[in-house]
Design a protein around this ligand. Sequence first.
Ligand code: SF4
Length: 178
Amino acid sequence: MTTEQVIAMALEVGFDHVGEIDPKDLKFLPEVRDMCSANRCHSYNKSWACPPACGTLEEITERARQYHRGIVIQSTGQMEDDFDVECMMETEKLQKKRFFEIIKLLQKEFPNCLGMSAGTCTLCPKCAYPDEPCRHPELMFPSMEAYGLLVSDACTSAGLEYYYGKNTMTYTSCILLD
Ligand code: SF4
Protein backbone atom coordinates (compact mmCIF):
# COMPACT_ATOMS: atom_id res chain seq x y z
CA MET A 1 0.00 0.00 0.00
CA THR A 2 1.44 3.37 -0.97
CA THR A 3 1.54 6.29 1.45
CA GLU A 4 -0.94 8.09 -0.85
CA GLN A 5 -3.36 5.20 -0.39
CA VAL A 6 -2.87 5.32 3.39
CA ILE A 7 -3.61 9.06 3.36
CA ALA A 8 -6.73 8.47 1.25
CA MET A 9 -7.84 5.80 3.74
CA ALA A 10 -7.36 8.20 6.65
CA LEU A 11 -9.45 10.86 4.93
CA GLU A 12 -12.13 8.27 4.24
CA VAL A 13 -12.15 7.30 7.93
CA GLY A 14 -13.02 10.95 8.55
CA PHE A 15 -9.89 12.72 9.79
CA ASP A 16 -10.09 16.42 9.02
CA HIS A 17 -6.40 16.78 8.19
CA VAL A 18 -3.81 14.21 7.18
CA GLY A 19 -0.14 14.74 6.36
CA GLU A 20 2.79 12.54 5.49
CA ILE A 21 5.76 12.47 7.83
CA ASP A 22 9.31 11.22 7.46
CA PRO A 23 10.14 9.55 10.80
CA LYS A 24 13.68 10.91 10.44
CA ASP A 25 12.17 14.36 11.15
CA LEU A 26 10.74 13.31 14.51
CA LYS A 27 12.69 14.59 17.49
CA PHE A 28 12.29 12.56 20.67
CA LEU A 29 12.94 15.21 23.31
CA PRO A 30 13.68 14.45 26.98
CA GLU A 31 12.22 17.85 27.94
CA VAL A 32 8.82 16.89 26.49
CA ARG A 33 8.96 13.56 28.23
CA ASP A 34 9.81 15.37 31.49
CA MET A 35 6.42 17.06 31.29
CA CYS A 36 4.89 13.61 31.85
CA SER A 37 6.63 13.21 35.18
CA ALA A 38 5.57 16.75 36.10
CA ASN A 39 2.09 15.15 35.88
CA ARG A 40 0.42 18.09 34.17
CA CYS A 41 -2.16 15.81 32.59
CA HIS A 42 -2.67 13.75 35.78
CA SER A 43 -1.93 10.48 33.95
CA TYR A 44 1.62 9.88 35.17
CA ASN A 45 1.95 6.47 36.83
CA LYS A 46 -1.73 5.74 36.27
CA SER A 47 -1.75 3.75 33.02
CA TRP A 48 0.23 1.09 31.16
CA ALA A 49 0.30 3.55 28.26
CA CYS A 50 2.02 6.35 30.18
CA PRO A 51 5.37 6.82 31.90
CA PRO A 52 6.85 5.18 33.79
CA ALA A 53 5.03 1.96 32.73
CA CYS A 54 5.40 2.54 28.97
CA GLY A 55 9.21 2.44 29.27
CA THR A 56 12.02 4.96 29.33
CA LEU A 57 12.34 7.47 26.50
CA GLU A 58 15.24 5.43 25.13
CA GLU A 59 13.29 2.18 25.25
CA ILE A 60 10.12 3.58 23.74
CA THR A 61 11.82 5.49 20.93
CA GLU A 62 14.13 2.66 19.86
CA ARG A 63 11.27 0.99 18.02
CA ALA A 64 10.00 4.26 16.52
CA ARG A 65 13.40 4.87 14.94
CA GLN A 66 13.04 1.72 12.82
CA TYR A 67 10.15 3.05 10.72
CA HIS A 68 10.53 4.61 7.32
CA ARG A 69 7.27 6.47 6.73
CA GLY A 70 4.24 7.70 8.58
CA ILE A 71 1.21 9.92 8.75
CA VAL A 72 -0.04 12.61 11.12
CA ILE A 73 -3.83 12.61 11.54
CA GLN A 74 -6.05 15.25 13.07
CA SER A 75 -9.62 15.93 14.11
CA THR A 76 -10.65 19.56 14.50
CA GLY A 77 -13.73 20.73 16.36
CA GLN A 78 -15.40 24.13 15.98
CA MET A 79 -16.21 25.45 19.46
CA GLU A 80 -18.93 27.97 20.20
CA ASP A 81 -16.50 29.82 22.51
CA ASP A 82 -13.28 29.22 24.47
CA PHE A 83 -15.18 27.33 27.14
CA ASP A 84 -17.01 24.86 24.92
CA VAL A 85 -15.92 21.82 26.92
CA GLU A 86 -18.55 19.67 25.24
CA CYS A 87 -16.99 20.29 21.84
CA MET A 88 -13.50 19.57 23.20
CA MET A 89 -14.65 16.26 24.65
CA GLU A 90 -16.57 15.31 21.52
CA THR A 91 -13.59 16.10 19.29
CA GLU A 92 -11.25 14.07 21.48
CA LYS A 93 -13.70 11.16 21.40
CA LEU A 94 -13.97 11.44 17.63
CA GLN A 95 -10.18 11.48 17.25
CA LYS A 96 -9.84 8.32 19.36
CA LYS A 97 -12.66 6.56 17.47
CA ARG A 98 -11.08 7.43 14.10
CA PHE A 99 -7.62 6.47 15.40
CA PHE A 100 -8.72 2.95 16.33
CA GLU A 101 -10.67 2.59 13.11
CA ILE A 102 -7.64 3.34 10.97
CA ILE A 103 -5.27 1.35 13.21
CA LYS A 104 -7.46 -1.73 12.78
CA LEU A 105 -7.54 -1.22 9.01
CA LEU A 106 -3.79 -0.65 8.80
CA GLN A 107 -2.95 -3.60 11.04
CA LYS A 108 -4.24 -5.90 8.25
CA GLU A 109 -1.57 -4.57 5.90
CA PHE A 110 1.05 -3.43 8.43
CA PRO A 111 0.79 -5.71 11.50
CA ASN A 112 3.66 -3.81 13.14
CA CYS A 113 2.42 -0.30 12.50
CA LEU A 114 3.17 1.99 15.41
CA GLY A 115 0.45 4.31 16.61
CA MET A 116 1.06 7.29 18.86
CA SER A 117 -2.18 8.48 20.35
CA ALA A 118 -3.58 11.85 21.38
CA GLY A 119 -3.50 11.68 25.16
CA THR A 120 -3.50 8.72 27.45
CA CYS A 121 -5.16 5.38 26.72
CA THR A 122 -8.85 5.44 27.63
CA LEU A 123 -9.86 2.08 26.19
CA CYS A 124 -10.94 0.68 29.56
CA PRO A 125 -13.21 2.56 31.94
CA LYS A 126 -10.49 1.92 34.56
CA CYS A 127 -6.96 1.01 33.55
CA ALA A 128 -5.71 -2.33 34.86
CA TYR A 129 -2.44 -0.63 35.90
CA PRO A 130 -0.65 -1.55 38.10
CA ASP A 131 -2.33 -4.66 39.52
CA GLU A 132 -3.07 -6.58 36.31
CA PRO A 133 -1.54 -6.68 32.83
CA CYS A 134 -2.90 -4.39 30.11
CA ARG A 135 -6.18 -5.83 28.79
CA HIS A 136 -5.63 -4.78 25.15
CA PRO A 137 -1.88 -4.64 24.48
CA GLU A 138 -2.46 -4.74 20.69
CA LEU A 139 -4.50 -1.53 20.93
CA MET A 140 -2.54 0.22 23.66
CA PHE A 141 -0.58 3.11 22.16
CA PRO A 142 1.38 5.63 24.25
CA SER A 143 0.82 9.26 23.36
CA MET A 144 3.03 11.40 21.13
CA GLU A 145 4.19 13.21 24.26
CA ALA A 146 5.20 9.90 25.90
CA TYR A 147 7.55 9.53 22.91
CA GLY A 148 8.98 12.95 23.71
CA LEU A 149 7.44 14.53 20.62
CA LEU A 150 6.46 18.17 20.45
CA VAL A 151 3.13 17.81 18.67
CA SER A 152 3.43 21.23 17.02
CA ASP A 153 6.81 20.24 15.50
CA ALA A 154 5.40 16.96 14.20
CA CYS A 155 2.52 18.88 12.59
CA THR A 156 4.94 21.25 10.90
CA SER A 157 7.03 18.33 9.62
CA ALA A 158 3.85 16.82 8.14
CA GLY A 159 2.86 20.12 6.48
CA LEU A 160 -0.10 20.57 8.84
CA GLU A 161 -1.18 23.30 11.22
CA TYR A 162 -1.18 22.74 14.96
CA TYR A 163 -3.87 25.38 15.45
CA TYR A 164 -6.64 26.02 12.93
CA GLY A 165 -7.85 29.38 14.19
CA LYS A 166 -10.11 31.02 16.72
CA ASN A 167 -12.44 28.69 18.60
CA THR A 168 -11.01 25.53 17.14
CA MET A 169 -9.69 22.56 19.05
CA THR A 170 -7.50 20.02 17.27
CA TYR A 171 -6.36 16.60 18.43
CA THR A 172 -3.36 15.04 16.73
CA SER A 173 -2.03 11.48 16.49
CA CYS A 174 0.67 9.81 14.46
CA ILE A 175 1.09 6.39 12.87
CA LEU A 176 4.43 5.03 11.67
CA LEU A 177 4.57 2.36 8.98
CA ASP A 178 7.25 -0.05 7.87
S1 SF4 B 1 -6.01 -0.93 27.23
FE1 SF4 B 1 -6.96 -0.73 29.24
S2 SF4 B 1 -5.46 -1.72 30.64
FE2 SF4 B 1 -4.37 -1.27 28.71
S3 SF4 B 1 -3.42 0.77 29.04
FE3 SF4 B 1 -5.42 1.08 28.03
S4 SF4 B 1 -6.84 1.50 29.72
FE4 SF4 B 1 -5.01 0.49 30.60
